[in-house]
Design a protein around this ligand. Structure first.
Ligand SMILES: Cc1ncc(COP(=O)(O)O)c(C=O)c1O
Length: 297
């Protein structure tokens, strides 16, 4: 099914799968919209705390501990926004297997599946034997840098797709036909640009990690995918009257003109998110300003 961006696909899927009181397992840090979309459906997010020291990676054992008879859905997002964490193919397979065994649905948000730098690119779409309980979500926003075109897609069992279609047909009907044609061209055309972009992002990730490493007071886990870093700013909190990541991000924006996203929206209270989907020159400008801002606190 095609919808108006990955976000729209996720909204449709979660509304048709989750009922009032259902539990949904969601790893932290999570992409901002998941929690509110689940709440809109009446569901209850059960947050899975990941370990920053381990690059925020989610494992089967962590997931299994949270599964209860009320668990309706597990949301996977690998590579993840905002941490860039990647789950191993073995862990993803095992989570999907355990979920299928217990009658739990899995939505795998694979918007960054082609921006995986770990060398283990993996889609749960390859797990044909568990397809009855799986919803695979993709988007053209990241892979083809077509964010503004708004095109996302889902692969799921017929009953789920037809319920999603019922919901979508009373709201937007469909992504515009022009964009559908552009999406087909992107998906069927040469894919060299994706490999090139992946190479560029690896270079930019390493560049931004190096720059962050030179700012006293910041620590940063090494992301293995997507195009974000999620540095820990806890050492800087409390300096210069800064009380929270939101406060830090607001002052960094107003005083140093650098835009970041505070961690509160992603479910943590010690981080900010930086996108490195830009040039080395812009990153250096931002990092220099951030260093200056922090040393002035
Ligand atoms: C994890 C994740 N899922 C879904 C989306 C939605 O992407 P779009 O609606 O642009 O396809 C985003 C966008 O930032 C994202 O980071």
């Amino acid at each position: 099914m095609a919808s108006v961006g990955g976000k729209h696909v996720l909204f449709n899927a979660i509304q048709v799968l989750v009922d009032h009181g259902d539990e949904v397992i969601l790893p932290v840090p999570y992409w901002v919209s998941f929690k509110d979309i689940v709440r809109y459906a009446g569901g209850k997010c059960v947050l899975l705390q990941s370990d920053e020291e381990n690059g925020f990676r989610v494992t089967t054992r962590m997931m299994e501990r949270l599964m209860t008879p009320r668990t309706k859905l597990i949301i996977l997002n690998s590579p993840a926004n905002p941490s860039g964490a990647v789950m191993s193919p073995e862990d993803m397979t095992e989570v999907v297997r355990l979920a299928a065994e217990r009658g739990i649905w899995v939505i795998s948000d694979e918007c960054y599946v082609y921006l995986n730098y770990s060398g283990h690119e993996f889609s749960v779409g390859s797990l044909q034997e568990y397809r009855d309980r799986l919803v695979v979500v993709g988007s053209l926003s990241k892979t083809y840098a077509m964010t503004g075109w708004r095109m996302g897609y889902a692969l799921a069992p017929v009953a789920v797709i037809s319920a999603m279609q019922k919901l979508q047909s009373q709201s937007t009907s469909n992504p515009t036909s022009i964009v559908q044609k552009a999406a087909i061209a992107a998906l069927k055309g040469p894919q060299d640009s994706v490999a090139e972009m992946r190479k560029d992002y690896i270079r930019l990730r390493d560049h931004v990690l190096l720059g962050l490493g030179r700012i006293p007071g910041l620590k940063c886990a090494r992301p293995e995918g997507a195009f974000y870093v999620y540095p820990n700013i806890s050492e800087v909190l409390d300096r210069g009257g800064i009380e929270s990541p939101a406060d830090f991000a607001r002052r960094l924006l107003h005083e140093a003109h650098v835009a970041t996203v505070p961690g509160e929206g992603f479910g943590t209270r010690e981080h900010i998110r930086i996108s490195y989907a830009t040039s080395e020159k812009e990153l250096d400008r931002g990092l220099d300003r951030m260093r200056g801002f922090i040393s002035s606190l």
